[in-house]
Design a binder for this molecule. Structure first.
Ligand SMILES: Nc1nc2c(c(=O)[nH]1)N[C@H]1C(S)=C(S)[C@@H](COP(=O)(O)OP(=O)(O)OC[C@H]3O[C@@H](n4cnc5c(=O)[nH]c(N)nc54)[C@H](O)[C@@H]3O)O[C@H]1N2
Ligand SMILES: Nc1nc2c(c(=O)[nH]1)N[C@H]1C(S)=C(S)[C@@H](COP(=O)(O)OP(=O)(O)OC[C@H]3O[C@@H](n4cnc5c(=O)[nH]c(N)nc54)[C@H](O)[C@@H]3O)O[C@H]1N2
Ligand code: SF4
Ligand SMILES: [Mo]
Length: 758
């Protein structure tokens, strides 16, 4: 850690702007990050960064950083209060709601984002202390449908697949613009290598000719929302041209005959027409994929946030499964995780309290939440704790979300900045930034080698802020979960070292079951504060996770070099995590290990997903959508670009290009509407309207327009005047526009029109 001298220094840390968290080294001067370079010693990124990572100082030193707990006054403005008052009043506020309506009436939202992950264990302690039952986060507006499909195929939603693009002969990207959004380490380098290699091929399915599509061998420029037809056509070609891997399927899957029946009679010509992709090209791409020795596929928002979202995920997965590209090099494999990306929900409620909506992976679909509040139903949510997330801006229907937060009895937000969400809350707590506390990776979804990085703090917390583990520890103590003196024996044991601590800890947990729900806070207060190096107390929860990982994945850990008895393995893993600020490889697997990770007891894949059969059958009768006359265009509301990083970068100055967040529009539509490059245009949807500039682009299909994500954030200029830059996409979206099954929003498919602003 730096003492804040004038000495410039380099520190190992990570970029926090997307889920990949590339290892970086930052040079500091005082509290500024003045230079950034890729960290060659990081086990996954190996020195790689994209252009965004070099600009993290705009996050670290933003002008709207919070520096004091805030309490909202009756007139809607905020006053600064001290931490003790804030913790006391917040604990009292939640306790009052709990006593009146029960802990299940308090909902938790957020807890992570793109790099802020150590807080997860600690906020779980606060949730337990308050008896909270329901939660959600951004995964419930993108990935929960996909996780659920994984659960059907492999036995549990935690069976998450890693695509092996480094070895795949054919790589396919469905609704995924790897060039800008990444999604796996060293993405640009990897896809450029594939593009250069004449023996390998790349298939891209996207309505826009993206930077990724430009590198593709087969670019299937699907009509927006046409993927279910296209993917069905590809499966039909596989079945009808006898391209399935029958021998492999006989050994490894159930339901092969039913799959053949389902796709055997599909009219490929008609389905390609409905997807609006040339049939010969679809056949050529499908044959190339079928004859390849290995295929890896990555789907993302382009199908998950579009019509037939959950069905699309199933169809996409069937393509690699029926061709036998699972549990092998270059294919799809089930990876390890220190904490699972999808919990599957455990014993938590399976339905939302008011509407009885399906809960997937333990998360209420984001689109359902406002209606669980804006009702007079007695089981409605009465309070919310929101952390490291900005639902008012990032979730469908911003106006609905504002109304919902205003309707709550009590709301608290923990963030680094004064966000659109924080403004609607009763209390706002200022968190230390991810460069001011220990933090770790979460989205390490790699196979055969998986990596993990515990980042050490680069700076002291900004004055007035606290790291979330400390915030939750104070809340849990204030809520009376244990007496301070109760932890004294554990503190004493921690001072003696980890062997003594381990013994004392397991004894204490057995003797004092009331400590179990707040185990992370107990570890933080004892092991964290009394044993771990300065600044690393928040890593205490990882000690428990390291031991749990060792118990479940001993052989993977041993292959990564952490061998011995289970307890010894756990200790070695934890020590390595602490000692290696650049990150470590924590698990190494042979490809067959994927079968061991299957949860279906016979280790066979269940190809047929019954719940989705009616939707699949309905495709035949579904007409290629004719857009309503009032909204003739399809708006992709929230496209990843070089100038976007969710809502993490609030200062518009971080962008070198695309300052206004241009509306992309095809040459044909622009000329029909009289729009020129740089024209001011108004985008109108059923939910709202907003203005920006147009970018006439030959990468767009006619009928398709797009706006970037992460724009329309409120930010103070030099004289403190708050200004918005670009369009906040969710002022244009609606919570009702969603997948029938998973509740995921149709953000890539918003009916819209464009008007020229005089
Ligand atoms: N630069 C940058 N990178 C990011 C982020 C960021 O904000 N900025 N955010 C991160 C996060 S949280 C996520 S989840 C990922 C998301 O990563 P992506 O899913 O790659 O992101 P998008 O650009 O939103 O959507 C992907 C593609 O879907 C296409 N698309 C639109 N409609 C359709 C359709 O109907 N069918 C098909 N097949 N495609 C369609 C779009 O043209 C676009 O190219 O990115 C991560 N990386
Ligand atoms: N229309 C439309 N909407 C979208 C999308 C889209 O494509 N279209 N994409 C969606 C997707 S895929 C995602 S993942 C979501 C993301 O949306 P959110 O889940 O809301 O997350 P982020 O924008 O990543 O950032 C969340 C908050 O974390 C805060 N933060 C940063 N560092 C810290 C920290 O150390 N501690 C705390 N407590 N807070 C911190 C930031 O200030 C920010 O307010 O947006 C979704 N919204
Ligand atoms: S934005 Fe993502 S890919 Fe780019 S440097 Fe940061 S973590 Fe790496
Ligand atoms: Mo996301």
């Amino acid at each position: 850690m730096t003492s804040e001298t004038d000495q410039p220094e380099w520190h190992k840390t990570a970029c926090v702007l997307c889920s990949i968290n590339c290892g970086i080294e930052v040079k500091t001067e005082g509290r500024e990050i003045v230079r950034v370079r890729g960290d060659k010693s990081h086990p996954a990124s190996k020195g790689y960064t994209c252009e965004k990572g070099l600009r993290v100082n705009f996050y670290q030193n933003a002008r709207d950083r919070l520096t004091s707990p805030l309490r909202r006054k009756d007139d809607g403005t905020f006053e600064e209060i001290d931490w003790d008052t804030a913790i006391r009043e917040i604990a009292a506020g939640f306790t009052q709601v709990k006593e009146q309506y029960g802990g299940q009436s308090i909902m938790y939202y957020g807890g992570g984002g793109q790099g802020n992950h150590l807080l997860g264990g600690y906020s779980a302690a606060t949730q337990a202390a308050l008896g909270m039952q329901y939660k959600s986060n951004a995964l419930a507006q993108e990935k929960t449908g996909e996780f659920w499909v994984d659960g059907q195929l492999f036995g549990a939603a935690r069976c998450h697949t890693a695509p092996d693009f480094h070895h795949a002969e054919v790589s396919m990207f469905v609704g995924k613009n790897v060039w800008h959004s990444h999604g796996f380490p060293r993405a640009r380098v990897t896809i450029k290598e594939i593009a250069k290699d004449p023996d390998r091929a790349m298939i891209v399915i996207d309505p826009r000719r993206t930077e990724t599509a430009d590198l593709a061998d087969y670019f299937l420029q699907v009509r927006p929302g046409g993927d279910a037809f296209l993917l069905t056509a590809m499966l039909a070609i596989l079945v009808q041209e006898d391209l399935l891997n029958d021998e492999w399927l006989a050994d490894h899957a159930h339901g092969v005959d039913e799959i053949k029946e389902l796709f055997g009679s599909v009219d490929v010509t008609a389905f390609c027409a409905k997807a609006d992709v040339d049939e010969d090209l679809v056949r050529a791409a499908t044959r190339r994929l079928a004859e390849a020795s290995s295929v890896a596929i990555l789907e993302d928002l382009g199908i998950q946030m579009a019509p037939h979202s959950t069905l699309n995920s199933w169809l996409e997965k069937l393509i690699y499964l029926v061709t036998g590209n699972f549990a092998k090099q270059g294919g799809m494999n089930l990876h390890t995780a220190i904490t699972a990306i999808s919990s599957g929900g455990g014993g938590k409620p399976k339905e939302s309290p008011v509407q009885g909506e399906r809960i997937l992976s333990g998360l209420i679909a984001c689109n359902h939440v406002p209606d669980e509040i804006l009702t007079d139903h007695e089981d409605r949510f009465r309070a919310m704790l929101i952390e490291s997330a900005n639902p008012v801006h990032s979730l469908a229907g911003s106006q609905k979300w504002r109304d919902a937060l205003d309707a709550l009895d009590f709301a608290v937000c923990i963030d680094v900045a004064m966000t659109e969400t924080a403004r609607r809350c009763d209390y706002v707590l200022p968190a230390a930034s991810q460069y001011e506390k220990a933090e770790c990776t979460f989205f390490t979804l790699e196979f055969p080698e998986n990596d993990f990085q515990l980042r050490h703090p680069v700076f002291e917390p900004l004055e007035g802020t606290l790291p979330e583990p400390e915030i939750h520890a104070r809340l849990v103590k204030e809520l009376g979960m244990f007496g301070d003196e109760e932890l004294e024996p554990l503190r004493e044991a921690a001072r003696q070292g980890r062997p003594a601590f381990a013994e004392a800890f397991f004894g204490a947990m057995a003797e004092s079951p009331h400590l179990n729900p707040v185990i992370s806070v107990v570890l933080y207060e004892t092991l964290g504060k009394e044993h771990l190096p300065d600044g690393l107390a928040p890593a205490a929860a990882l000690w428990g996770l390291a031991h749990r990982f060792a118990a479940a994945n001993g052989p993977s850990l041993a292959r990564a070099g952490y061998d011995g008895e289970t307890l010894e393995q756990g200790e070695k893993l934890f020590q390595a995590i602490i000692d290696n600020p650049q990150g470590i490889i924590f698990s190494v697997d042979p490809y067959e290990q994927t079968w061991e990770r299957m949860v279906h007891p016979d280790q066979k894949i269940s190809l047929v997903v019954d719940e989705l059969l009616p939707e699949l059958a309905g495709l035949e009768a579904e007409a290629a959508a004719t857009p309503p006359a009032e909204y003739p265009l399809v708006l992709s509301a929230g496209e990843r670009r070089s100038s976007t990083a969710n809502t993490i970068m609030r200062d518009p100055e971080w962008r070198k290009k695309d300052r206004d967040g241009a509306l992309r529009i095809s040459i044909e539509d622009a000329s029909a509407l009289g729009v020129e490059d740089g024209s001011r245009v108004r985008v109108v949807t059923r939910a709202g309207q907003a203005e920006t500039v147009a970018e006439v682009s030959d990468t767009m299909r006619s009928g398709h327009i797009s706006l970037p994500n992460g724009f329309g954030l409120d930010y103070p200029d030099e004289v403190g005047e708050h200004k918005m830059h670009g369009i906040a996409p969710n002022e244009l979206t609606s919570i009702d526009d969603r997948d029938w099954f998973a509740g995921t929003p149709h953000h890539k498919h918003v009916p819209a029109r464009v008007e020229v602003v005089a």
